[in-house]
Design a protein around this ligand. Structure first.
Ligand SMILES: Nc1nc2c(c(=O)[nH]1)N[C@H]1C(S)=C(S)[C@@H](COP(=O)(O)OP(=O)(O)OC[C@H]3O[C@@H](n4cnc5c(N)ncnc54)[C@H](O)[C@@H]3O)O[C@H]1N2
Ligand code: MOO
Length: 401
């Protein structure tokens, strides 16, 4: 049986995937969303020369090496500029953020002025233009300040607000319909029958989808019954899901019906079975405009395939560079045997040595049903097909979890 290499499968999956459409969302809905179009400033910031300190707006040319005395002729709080023109020998009381009055060019901070009635004495000479923020210091009208690809965070949203955008154009969240399959499964919180287990993959994959910026849609659990499976699959198409993720039923057993049913529903199969462990029975295809990703049922296989395939697919749909999970290096913490023909993703504890370097120590058990070990793992050690045995202390590529 030939197995497709991981890199080829990923390339195949991402081929021709375009970012989803642009939607406008309010700033308070935009955190963590992906910017769809360049954001252009609609104004200068600050829009006027503004004081950066509380003090007095003065004319620098008035200052002399002797103690200069100036007459205070008015006040400029933030939001209320002084309207007059300041002449030689005059000053205006000013506060942080207020426009610098006409005729003045320098701010004398109040700590360096002694005030008596309407007069101030300059105690320390400021530099010319001290504490004046020129108009447009931060940015100017027409400048492109934010550009895709970009995941909007608090910093970008504050800037978008300062540019006077009430809404921002973001890429629509891809909808990922998630369908678990199997007679043995019940939802978390339910009482399983004697031969049943709790469906865990759904919770993990839904969280991964959210982390990646997608919108998970719970299609529930289908029994191992072709008619029930087909009904669930059609629901994913009815809601125009961008991706249908099936969990389980991907392998070769008599009750692994997923691929047959999807085929009957019209799926174009792109690939099935890849040279990867865990995750060999991974399947991908297309049902109309919906991408189909059939993840293996074994929980660790499901989640590792989610990380390696579903995540990049979502990144591509969100206009991001989908190669963000490139491996880092760590010191191997224990010997590893020779690898077979499947690229291996070895669950490993991550620690630091005395020099602060990352150490990845593989767990001795690697069964793909063991979620507890995956939860304890800090990294996956990536082992290419047919890698030779490696001894502790060598450098190995890892994917941090
Ligand atoms: N004869 C062969 N048997 C198997 C092969 C093979 O090549 N030849 N491949 C094995 C590999 S590798 C994997 S991985 C599994 C995956 O099989 P399926 O995708 O068909 O998954 P199921 O058989 O439905 O389930 C496998 C296992 O996982 C449990 N499961 C399923 N869904 C969930 C869920 N949502 N949450 C938690 N656990 C789930 C299920 O109960 C099974 O224990 O096939 C091997 N067999
Ligand atoms: O590929 Mo399966 O995922 O080895 O357990």
């Amino acid at each position: 049986m030939s197995l497709m290499p991981v890199s080829e499968a990923l390339e195949n999956l991402l081929e021709g995937v375009e970012p989803r459409e642009t939607v406008q969302v309010a700033l308070d809905q935009a955190n963590g969303r992906f910017l769809a179009e360049p954001l252009v400033s609609t104004r200068n910031q600050p829009p006027f020369a503004a004081s950066a300190m509380d003090g007095y707006a003065i004319r620098h040319s008035d200052l002399s090496s002797d103690k200069t005395v100036l007459e205070v002729i008015g006040e400029a709080p933030a939001g209320h500029g002084f309207t007059g023109n300041v002449q030689s020998g005059q000053a205006v009381r000013i506060f942080t953020g207020a426009p610098v009055p006409e005729g003045t060019d320098t701010i004398l901070i109040q700590e360096n002025a002694e005030r008596t009635g309407n007069r101030i004495t300059v105690l320390e000479l400021p530099q010319k233009s001290a504490f004046v923020r020129p108009a447009g210091l931060d940015f100017s009208k027409g400048e492109v300040l934010l550009s895709p690809p970009l995941c909007l965070t608090y910093r970008h949203l504050a800037l978008a607000a300062a540019m006077n955008h009430e809404q921002v154009p973001v890429i629509r969240k891809p909808v990922v319909a998630i369908l678990a399959t199997g007679d043995e499964l019940v939802r978390p919180g339910q009482d399983p029958g004697p031969d049943q287990i709790i469906a865990s993959n759904h919770a993990g994959i839904a969280a991964l989808v959210e982390d990646c910026g997608g919108s998970p849609l719970d299609l529930g659990i289908s029994r191992d019954d072709p008619i029930e499976l087909a009904t669930h699959v059609r629901r994913a198409l009815d809601v125009k899901a961008d991706i249908l993720v099936t969990l389980g039923g991907a392998s070769v057993g008599d009750h692994d019906l997923v691929q047959d049913v999807l085929g009957q529903e019209g799926m174009d199969l792109a690939f099935w079975r890849i040279a990867m462990r865990p995750g060999k029975p991974l399947m991908a295809g297309r049902l109309g405009k919906t991408k189909v990703l059939g993840l293996p049922g074994n929980p660790v296989s499901s989640l590792v395939c989610g990380l390696l395939f579903l995540k990049p697919l979502l990144q591509a749909m969100l206009g991001q560079n989908p190669n963000q999970t490139s491996p880092q290096q760590a010191i191997l913490g224990a010997d590893l045997p020779e690898n077979d023909r499947r690229q291996d993703y070895v669950r490993a504890a991550l620690s630091e040595d005395e020099n602060g370097r990352a150490v990845a120590t593989p767990f001795s058990k690697q069964d793909s049903s063991m979620l507890n070990l995956l939860a304890q793992s800090g990294a996956l050690i990536v082992r290419p097909p047919h890698a030779l045995g490696e001894t502790a202390g060598t450098m190995v590529p890892i994917l941090k979890l």
